[in-house]
Design a protein around this ligand. Structure first.
Ligand code: ITT
Length: 283
């Protein structure tokens, strides 16, 4: 930042005027008659940082001029959380608050645009959503324009016996959670019968993408491995939770409390990576 000083020595004025001619704000202005300054110099839009009336002021001005430039404070980044899921919103908001970013949620911007999840991978879908949401949010904050970013996630269940299905199609696998689970159990049963092996290995995957309107900055993947049991158990959680038993546990995700599930879940693992990234970025 250039510093501007006004002095009371008219003799130096001509010399300082040549600095003004170069187009920048003068580093130093000397002028005996302060009242004249506005007429003589283009100061209409600026005010001197220090008026120099005596030698002491001059010392101060010189010290300020020679001081190393102070780093300008970077404004708090504004990040749009692209999901309507209240649970995800509170998890992600806490992370953003922790690293000094301002979290914007769909309610703040009057909703969330629909984005078709037609990608072949969780990364593709999460990235597509995050870019679309960043563009949507940037349009709402024209003064900040492309400084606005967005976060979106895509998740699902991959069963080994089904070569990774339902995967990115997890939410569209059937009409509702009960039918989705029923279909998963039927398909795994059939596949195992065909192969003659009892393979019930599966994993939940979550990919969180961070993007600006121009593209994806980073993706974070979290996974949790386990098995699919034959009969659903438990009533907590959602989706395929009642048939998924994570490795090292005997209870299904739907039998664990949400706090216990969140300690080991695919989404919390992806979010932990986002947390780490954001902290490093805004250190
Ligand atoms: P968004 O609004 O954020 O897009 P969504 O309902 O589409 O949320 P996800 O993309 O997170 O949900 O998940 C896709 C499907 O994968 C979801 O409908 C569930 O069937 C399944 N799934 C994902 N995470 C799960 C979890 O933690 N427990 C059980 N099922 C899960």
């Amino acid at each position: 930042m250039k510093k501007l000083f006004a002095d009371t020595d008219l003799l130096k004025l001509q010399f300082q005027k040549s600095l003004l001619g170069s187009g920048g704000i003068p580093a130093f202005i000397r002028n005996e008659n302060a009242a004249m300054l506005r007429y003589l110099l283009p100061l209409q839009e600026t005010t001197p940082e220090l008026w120099i009336a005596n030698d002491e002021d001059l010392e101060k001005a010189l010290a300020l001029l020679n001081a190393p430039p102070v780093a300008e404070k970077t404004p708090e980044p504004r990040i749009f959380i692209g999901t309507k899921n209240k649970h995800k919103i509170s998890e992600i908001s806490a992370i953003l608050r922790g690293c000094g970013a301002e979290a914007i949620i769909p309610d703040d911007l009057g909703g969330l645009p629909d984005v078709e999840e037609d990608g072949h991978s969780f990364e593709e879908n999460a990235s597509k959503k995050a870019i679309a949401f960043a563009k949507f949010a940037a349009a709402k904050f024209p003064e900040q324009g492309r400084g606005v970013m967005a976060i979106a996630d895509d998740s699902g269940l991959e069963a080994d016996a089904l070569f990774g299905a339902p995967g990115v199609h997890s939410s569209r696998y059937a009409e509702d959670d009960l039918r989705r689970i029923a279909k998963l159990l039927t398909e795994i049963g059939r596949a195992n019968k065909r192969s003659g092996e009892e393979n019930r290995r599966a994993r939940f995957v979550s990919v969180v993408a961070l993007a600006s309107p121009d593209g994806v900055e980073a993706c974070f993947r979290g996974e949790v491995n386990g098995i699919i049991i034959e009969t659903p158990r438990g009533s907590n959680g959602f989706g395929y939770d009642p048939v998924f038993v994570p490795d090292g546990f005997s209870l299904t995700f739907a039998e664990l409390s949400s706090t216990e599930k969140n300690k080991i879940s695919h989404r919390s693992r992806a979010l932990a990576k986002l947390d780490q990234y954001m902290r490093t970025k805004h250190d």
